[in-house]
Every structure is written in structure tokens, then in C-alpha cells.
Write a protein that binds this ligand. Structure first.
Ligand SMILES: [Fe+2]
Length: 398
């Protein structure tokens, strides 16, 4: 984008939280010093000003509906809180930059289209705002999003899983709920569930952590060990969520049971009821796998993200106790342990980058060689389909 950009009367969001609005947002491209600056005129944001100062990225929604992102911003001058100035690392139209996905796969191969991901994340954010404002839970939107996710997954079963990456810590809940729904539906579809069941699964997965909205954010994001009282509070969220949904006629009991049972463990010892095996509903057992996988592959305030490789290993090591082994087997068959863009080490000693996964063969993707066994750059690097190259295989992540 070159030249000054002026956006009139935009709504301002930070993460997915509405901050307020302003009369004018002006983006000033780099001057001689290389600094990229912006000015916000006539800001109206009340108590949200502190939130604004703490965040990393800003989102603007213009009256025309066009959306922009201001990446990595810093406020420079806040002497007059209505007219502020700042610098940022980048500025652009949101559709080009969002949603960021956890791996760089061509969008036409993605399981969930970008508009549907945006629709889903908006629906989750609307849901959270409604619950926080003590308003009626917008269940119709959740049902519509679930129907859309089911349709896309059913229509493109061989597409590559694309999960949303978290942009700011507070956005974890939004992206996580959409990812858990995507992963759950991918598993449910591979297990041959009916359209109706997939729909209930999608709704329940989108809502699975709704009970957490009754827990203080400080406690949810706490770094360090929780004491017994804090742990007890967190462990109430499945039951709280179930009760919150009891009065919503549009949410069926199968979806509600997902909310109630997604922390139960297959061999017992989970919460809130310590159920075992098939006493836990099939859909809750599916969501349990999706929930833990997405949580592990996402960075949280208390730990960095783990690679898909490591996360899958952790899931596998839990087979005996936590997860339904049959569901885990379906999940692993459908997953790519090495997502496109990741680097792997081959048995020949060469290093390769994953280009695309081979559906159904998670350990044998198509790769492009980067370095040979002696560590020399390979140029130009040929593409190798590990499904066809019998004597070449991955020995681990590089
Ligand atoms: Fe949960």
C-alpha cells in the first residue's frame, strides 16, 4: 500500500474485542527514517483504552465493511487520549492476512474456506460477547456455522486440514473453539457419522468450553501451579456450560453432552463425573481428542506451542488412559504429522521441506529437498513423493 491511507469512522477491535470507534484513522507510510506511523483522530473508547495499550495488533472495520489490520503497533503519544499517534510494523487489508493458518498450504487445498473460518470466528466472538453481556445465547448462528463446516468437510474430505493460528493470547478461545470443531468434524466424517450427527457434533464442539466464560480470565490464563480451590473452579466449567445450555431449545442433548463430558477420560479419572468408556458419549470422546490436540499445538501464556509431531506423540502416549483408542486411530490416519512447510530429516541424512501431505499416509508426504546428507544446499531442489520413494523415509522433524 503506498501513499497515505485514510479510513473514516472505523470500528476498532483489538484481537476480537471491540474497543470503540474514531472519526479518522490515518496510516502514514515510511518516511526517511523508515518509521511507519498512524494517527487516530477523535477516538471514542471509554474504559477500553487500557486494553488498547496492552494489545499487539489492531483491527479496523470501515463503514464499507472493508477490514484492515495494524500489526505490532506501539502507541507513541497519548497526552490527548482522543487523538493518539503510534508506530506499527505493518498495515494492510485484513482479508490478505487473516486467518493466518498454522501451516502454509495453498488455500484451494484447505479443508475449510477462509470465509467460513471468518464466519465461524465471528459467531464464536458474538457468542462470547452475548454471554458476557448476560444476553440470550445466539444458538441459531452457532447452528448455521456448524452446518457450513459440516458441508465443507463433507464436500472436500481429502483436503488438507487448516487450523487457525492464535494472533493474541486473548484470541485463544475464539480460534480454539473453531479449530476443535474443525478437527472433531474431520474425525466424525472419517468415522462415517450421519449429517445429523455431524451437525450435533459441530454445535457441541463450538460450544464445548462455554462454561469457561463464567471463570475469571486471570485464573484461566494463570501462569504457574493452581491451588485446590482454583483447580476446582476450572473443573466446574463442563457442568456450568451444560446448565447454561439447558434453556436453549435449539441445542440438542447430544451437543450438550459434549459440553458436559469433554474432560472425561476413556479409562476413567476425568471430570466432572469420572465416567468410563462408552458411558462417555461418542461425540464427547471425539471432542476430547480434538481439544487436547489443538491445545498442545497452540502457544499459551504458560508454555510455547508444540509441533504437530510432538503433539501427536503425546496423544499416542495417552492412548491407554485418556482417549478412546478407536477414535485416536481414525484421527491419526487422517492427520499429517508433518504439516506443509515443516522441515524433516530423512533416513539418507538429507533435510527436506514438506510440500503437501498424502491423505491417509501421515508419515509419507511429498517433500522438497533442502540440504543433502553433507549439509550442502540442494539447488534447484527436486520434489520427492515419499509414498513412491520406497527406500526414502522420514526419521523425524529437523
Ligand atoms: Fe474444556
Amino acid at each position: 500500500m503506498s501513499g497515505e491511507t485514510v479510513i473514516s469512522y472505523p470500528q476498532i477491535f483489538s484481537g476480537f474485542t471491540h474497543i470503540g470507534s474514531c472519526r479518522e484513522f490515518v496510516w502514514i507510510p515510511p518516511d526517511g527514517s523508515g518509521e511507519m506511523k498512524f494517527v487516530i483522530r477523535d477516538l471514542k473508547c471509554g474504559d477500553s483504552f487500557e486494553t488498547l495499550m496492552l494489545r499487539k495488533d489492531l483491527y479496523l472495520c470501515a463503514e464499507s465493511g472493508e477490514e484492515y489490520v495494524v500489526k505490532d503497533f506501539r502507541l507513541l503519544d497519548i497526552t490527548d487520549p482522543k487523538n493518539i499517534e503510534g508506530t506499527a510494523e505493518n498495515f494492510g487489508v485484513l482479508a490478505d492476512k487473516f486467518p493466518e493458518i498454522k501451516s502454509s498450504i495453498p488455500i484451494q487445498n484447505a479443508m475449510i474456506s477462509k470465509p467460513t473460518q471468518l464466519l465461524a470466528i465471528r459467531s464464536v466472538s458474538g457468542l462470547i460477547n452475548a454471554v458476557e453481556a448476560q444476553k440470550r445465547i445466539p444458538t441459531r448462528e452457532t447452528r448455521e456455522v456448524a452446518a457450513q463446516l459440516v458441508a465443507e468437510i463433507a464436500n472436500t474430505p481429502d483436503a488438507i486440514l487448516n487450523l487457525l493460528a492464535v494472533k493474541a493470547y486473548d484470541d485463544y478461545t475464539y480460534a480454539h473453539n473453531v479449530n476443535v470443531a474443525t478437527l472433531s468434524l474431520m474425525i466424525g466424517h472419517a468415522m462415517g457419522l450421519s449429517r445429523n450427527d455431524l451437525h450435533s457434533l459441530g454445535v457441541g464442539a463450538l460450544l464445548h468450553d462455554i462454561g469457561k466464560l463464567r471463570i475469571a480470565r486471570d485464573l484461566l490464563n494463570k501462569v504457574g501451579a493452581l491451588n485446590t480451590t482454583e483447580m476446582e473452579k476450572i473443573r466446574q466449567h463442563p457442568r456450568t456450560g451444560y446448565e447454561m445450555l439447558l434453556s436453549s431449545k435449539e441445542i440438542g442433548e447430544w451437543s450438550r453432552l459434549i459440553v458436559l463430558q469433554h474432560h472425561e477420560k476413556f479409562m476413567g479419572g476425568g471430570y466432572p463425573s469420572g465416567l468410563k468408556g462408552n458411558d462417555i458419549s461418542l461425540m464427547a470422546r471425539i471432542v476430547a481428542v480434538a481439544d487436547v490436540y489443538d491445545a498442545l499445538t497452540t502457544a499459551r501464556p504458560f508454555r510455547p506451542a508444540m509441533s504437530p509431531y510432538l503433539s501427536t506423540k503425546i496423544l499416542l502416549s495417552n492412548t491407554e488412559s485418556q482417549f478412546d483408542p478407536a477414535i485416536l486411530a481414525v484421527f491419526l490416519r487422517r492427520m499429517s504429522i508433518f504439516p506443509p512447510g515443516s522441515l524433516v530429516k530423512l533416513n539418507s541424512g538429507a533435510i527436506a521441506a514438506v510440500v503437501r501431505s498424502n491423505p491417509g499416509a501421515m508419515l509419507r508426504p511429498v517433500v522438497r529437498l533442502q540440504k543433502d546428507a553433507q549439509g550442502r544446499e540442494v539447488n534447484p531442489s527436486p520434489e520427492v513423493d515419499l509414498l513412491l520413494a520406497n527406500n526414502l523415509y522420514i526419521i523425524g522433524p529437523a
